[in-house]
Design a protein around this ligand. Structure first.
Ligand code: BES
Ligand code: MN
Ligand code: ZN
Length: 473
């Protein structure tokens, strides 16, 4: 689909679909004869989530006119944009539209264009991989997205969506396809002259002393994997480090989870999938940055070889861990990945993980949990989340919480009791980051949705991409 922005003479602009996106009480910037009548009849109000399709509009060369409501101008919400983008994408798919044109409006700034490109891209995603005979809508008209050069921000948003769609696809794939080996191999699929990808197997990790990470996969027949992506595309500066939790299925291990809803633990690799989605978009946008990205991949299963509660392991950092609950496995893979990535002397580290059910209790499904040791980094990420309408909310960490991890038999336990579960999980990670500015994103509540529309969301790829784009200048 070619998506362009109409120049001045709207009435002469021949297009398959002319889109006019309007806030409440906002009149079109250019004369549209049908518009006044629609407003008068009460058929279009500009309210968020509303739309009106007018075939063969009088006085225009466009074949169709689509009015989309964005709600009040001062509170443009992700939801309103999502609905507007879905309306446009939906009509484009339904009518096989190859050329859509957006009428210019004062409020449609560059930020809006990025969000629109993002949501059009997200709207085009359809999970298909494991259907056998079911007929699915064909969204192929949306597969290609062309915009003229002056709409670069829409293109940027669309590239971010392609990254997020990779994150969603990997999340949605069942765990019998998306194994640690499969997930790590995805890193190799990313292609750029300045991207170097290395995959470490269990023997190499054992050599490095990553016994915490390896303990998680002990019970599984699937070998654990660590994929490292080094993107050297910036000036001569310390890299930004990204680390993702890639538990391709979390049964809980010997501390086994209850059966209801356990299928959703296939999503326990969404942190790693987010890292892959971000790297895909960063590479596609050729961001002038140095990034070192690590995904720690394992399957958490019970078996005769599985780690048992009370087992003590030595992490790559040399610190020992008493594994009191084998279901607190995310931190066990992350801690060794955090130690590993510090070998590259990063300027900061951001990790992301579906780490704690407690985060859903605290923040629900609206905000990603953000914790860390550096106010400036935390503020940057919070602001990027606001801009992307992919928001995060900060929770504290401090010594009092950290004490909850004390163990009688090792340097620390891997759980801190029932209270403040998201915070004690972050305290555990903080013991492995030393003085490097670090932020942790707990995406347990935001990486996927349950229920009828069950599926991965691609969050927090937009947050991270807005942050990286800002860092890139
Ligand atoms: N992957 C889960 C966290 C999770 C649970 C995410 C439900 C999304 C929905 C994680 O590995 C886990 O099991 N965490 C435990 C930690 C506890 C044993 C300290 C939890 O949250 O119950
Ligand atoms: Mn678990
Ligand atoms: Zn888990």
């Amino acid at each position: 689909m070619l998506f362009d922005l109409c120049p001045a003479a709207l009435s002469d602009h021949a297009t398959d679909l002319l889109v006019v996106a309007l806030h409440t009480d906002e009149a079109p910037a250019i004369d549209i004869p049908a518009y006044a009548q629609c407003v008068q009849n009460g058929d279009f109000t500009g309210k968020a989530g509303t739309q009106l399709m007018i075939p063969a509009p009088a006085g225009l060369s466009a074949k169709r006119l689509l009015l989309v409501g964005l709600g009040e101008a001062d509170k443009l919400s992700a939801k309103a944009l999502d609905k507007a983008a879905k309306a446009i994408a939906g009509e484009a798919v339904k009518k096989g539209i190859l050329r859509a044109t957006l009428a210019p409006q004062a409020t449609l700034d560059e930020g809006f264009m990025r969000q629109l490109g993002l949501h059009l891209g997200l709207g085009a995603y359809q999970y298909r991989e494991t259907f056998g005979t079911k007929e699915l809508p064909d969204a192929s008209v949306l597969a290609k997205f062309d915009v003229p050069a002056h709409l670069n921000e829409a293109k940027t948003g669309h590239e971010i969506a392609q990254g997020a769609n990779l994150t969603r696809e990997l999340g949605n794939l069942p765990a019998n396809t998306c194994t640690p080996t499969y997930l790590a191999a995805q890193a190799k699929q990313l292609d750029h002259a300045n991207l170097n990808v290395e995959v470490l197997g269990e023997d190499e990790m054992r050599q490095l002393g990553m016994h915490s990470l390896l303990s998680v996969g002990h019970g599984s027949d699937e070998p654990s994997q660590l994929a490292v992506m080094r993107f050297n595309n910036g000036a001569d500066e310390a890299p930004i480090a990204l680390v993702g939790k890639g538990i391709t299925f979390d049964t809980g291990g010997i501390s086994i989870k209850p059966g209801a809803g356990m299928d959703e633990m296939k999503y326990d690799m969404c942190g790693a999938a987010t890292v892959l989605g971000v790297m895909k978009a960063a590479v596609a946008l050729d961001l002038p940055l140095n990034i070192v990205a690590v995904i720690a991949c394992a399957e958490n299963m019970p078996s005769g070889r599985a780690t048992k509660p009370g087992d003590v392991v030595t992490s790559m950092s040399g610190q020992t861990i008493e594994i009191l609950n084998t279901d607190a496995e995310g931190r066990l893979v992350l801690c060794d990945a955090l130690t590993y990535v510090q070998q590259d002397k990063p300027s900061c580290i951001v990790d992301m993980a579906t780490l704690t059910g407690a985060c859903i209790i605290a923040l629900g499904h609206h905000n990603t949990g953000l914790l860390g040791n550096d106010d400036e980094l935390a503020d940057q990420l919070l602001a990027a989340g606001q801009d992307a309408m992919d928001t995060a909310w900060r929770l504290p960490i401090s010594e009092e919480y950290d004490k909850q991890l004390d163990s009688n038999f090792a340097d620390m336990g891997n759980i801190g009791g029932r209270d403040a579960g998201t915070i004690t999980a972050a305290c555990f990670l903080s013991r492995f980051v030393n003085d490097t500015p670090w932020a942790h994103l707990d995406i347990a509540g935001t990486a996927w949705v349950s229920g009828k529309a069950k599926g991965a969301t691609g969050r927090p790829v937009p947050l991270l991409m807005n942050w990286l784009l800002k860092r890139a200048g």
